[in-house]
Write a protein of this length. Structure first.
Length: 131
């Protein structure tokens, strides 16, 4: 079960390294997957599963995972706001999509937004993990 957490930590370190090298798009991608892997880890240790239909791939991929994480957050009642968590998830997913698939480049301002949102999400996830 700790494999996903280890992957998340490695992805976070990669995001920081990419940021230091001004590789904005790669850094955004790694921050996103660090958070996503951490979510999967927490859902796993809480015996939560997420169904992914073929129709959910593409634009709506990972949304069911975020929804399930929101339900878990709400059930824990530990002072973590599920709505804020989902809002941050929407932002980091949008930035990752821009970094990975859009014709225009992402810049320093986009990376700053990603770093702030990912850091806040990581704080939330650590609270959930330790509850």
């Amino acid at each position: 079960p700790k494999v996903l957490k280890a992957k998340s930590e490695e992805s976070w370190r990669a995001a920081v390294l990419c940021s230091e090298k001004k590789m904005h798009g790669s850094s955004i991608n790694r921050y996103y997957y660090s958070i996503f892997q951490f979510i999967l880890h927490i859902l796993d240790i809480n015996d939560r599963t997420v169904k992914q239909d073929e129709k959910d791939k593409g634009l709506f991929s990972h949304d069911n995972t975020c929804i399930e994480m929101g339900k878990l957050i709400e059930s824990k009642k530990i002072g973590v706001n599920a709505f804020q968590f989902k809002s941050h998830f929407t932002m980091v997913k949008r930035l990752r999509t821009m970094a990975d698939y859009h014709k225009e480049s992402v810049g320093e301002a986009d990376l700053k937004i990603m770093e702030d949102s990912a850091t806040k999400m990581k704080e939330y996830l650590l609270k959930v993990e330790n509850s």
